[in-house]
Design a protein. Structure first.
Length: 396
């Protein structure tokens, strides 16, 4: 892959800086190189010429493993056609999107694209602009790709899957091309982006969903290792043999997969810890409100600002439903109080009402179902057992 595989350069001052420099390699030209189509010339696209003057095809294969693309010199294109040419280039080499410049004046930018193994790579340096990918765009290029970008200069605001993040200089950002997204670059900026086919990633959909529409720093962890590898693949893979390039591609895919897995497992563990804390709080809430006759799964869910369905999901591992838990705790409190000796002996109905039972018949029925005795029988048995225990201890 040449370092300037595809260059779209727009400048208010048509410079000699638009000269495209291909690598100087001693090996012979690739066999079977097809000529650059005339349609490219009509669009202002010119073939890359190596230092020996030979043309490099738009679809030829570099003997070092990369696919090379044409160079678009838009200084030769009228201003009113530049955005159309940019769109056509992006559609063909990357994925269809809509690009809208921030300013009404001439838009200047540089776009370098290529293929490295299964990866599509690109470097974009351009004035402030917005990018939008809709369902209509997705229908035109349905292959799922995961985009991993490095913000070289400027900022990128990314919106996807209900998330909005801002990537600053040196940050990584990730989005999924099979889902709508919005990118905004509020000032002139440059980015490196690698598009990885979904099929190349041995990751669950849940794991990928967790990272789509996110951005993060690269100071430590897997991101710190991934960033230089990604930048090497985008800008320098052409310098390596096909075998070395394949190793770089595999390394990048493996590192990204590790990063996603690490992040996803952290989210799951964090969610698990949060769920555990929530279950503990719900247990405490139930214990504090057993005397409230209106205590129910609905009231518990409302108090904790969660749905009843989610409440039941939280208690799936508890081995008991929330309704049954409330009833069991109330019965335990009633049984304990019925067995307690005191100067005053409250009635069975009073004890039942104190702990949230409003119907005496219902209370008696569920109590017998749990303890095998009626509330009165339970009280008599417990009190007699207590008296006998006291007498035994006196004579011991």
């Amino acid at each position: 892959m040449t370092p300037f595989c595809l260059l779209a350069a727009w400048s208010r001052t048509p410079p000699a800086a638009l000269l495209v420099k291909a690598e100087n390699r001693p090996h012979a030209p690739c066999a079977g190189v097809a000529p650059v189509p005339r349609s490219y010339h009509a669009a202002g696209i010119r073939p890359v010429r190596a230092q020996d003057g030979r043309a490099v095809s738009a679809h030829g294969s570099d003997s070092r493993g990369g696919r090379v693309s044409p160079v678009l010199l838009t200084s030769q294109i009228p201003e009113e056609q530049r955005l159309v040419s940019w769109h056509r280039t992006v559609d063909r080499e990357l994925v269809p999107v809509t690009v809208v410049p921030h300013d009404a004046g001439p838009f200047t930018g540089r776009l370098v694209t290529g293929r490295v193994g299964v990866l599509r790579v690109t470097t974009v340096e351009a004035d402030a602009h917005r990018i939008k990918r809709t369902k209509t765009h997705i229908a035109r290029s349905p292959e799922p790709l995961v985009a991993v970008g490095v913000q070289v200069t400027g900022r990128t605001v990314l919106v996807q899957a209900g998330r909005q993040v801002t990537a600053g200089r040196g940050d990584l950002f990730v989005y999924d091309t099979s889902r709508p997204y919005f990118l905004e670059r509020p000032e002139r900026s440059s980015v490196h982006v690698v598009l990885i086919p979904r099929r190349a990633l041995d990751l669950s959909d849940e794991a990928l969903d967790s990272i789509s529409g996110t951005a993060f720093g690269t100071a430590q962890g897997c991101a710190a290792v991934l960033k230089p590898v990604l930048m090497t693949v985008v800008s320098s893979a052409h310098e390596y043999s096909a075998t070395a390039t394949g190793g770089l591609v595999n390394g990048l895919v493996d590192l990204f997969s590790t990063l996603v897995t690490e992040r996803y497992e952290g989210l799951v563990e964090g969610a698990g810890t949060a769920q555990d804390h929530l279950v503990v709080r719900i247990h405490a809430y139930i214990d504090q409100h057993l005397g409230d006759p209106s205590l129910s799964p609905d009231s518990v869910a409302l108090a904790h600002q969660i749905s009843v369905r989610y409440l039941h999901r939280l208690f799936e591992d508890e081995g008991v439903t929330v309704g049954r838990l409330i009833q069991r705790r109330r019965l335990e409190r009633c049984a304990r109080e019925l067995a307690r000796r005191s100067r005053t002996t409250p009635t069975v109905s009073a004890i039942a009402q104190r702990w949230g039972f409003v119907n005496p018949a219902h209370f008696s029925r569920v109590f017998r179902g749990a303890y095998g005795l009626s509330p009165r029988e339970w009280r008599i048995q417990r009190l007699e057992s207590g008296m006998m225990m006291g007498a035994t201890e006196q004579h011991a």
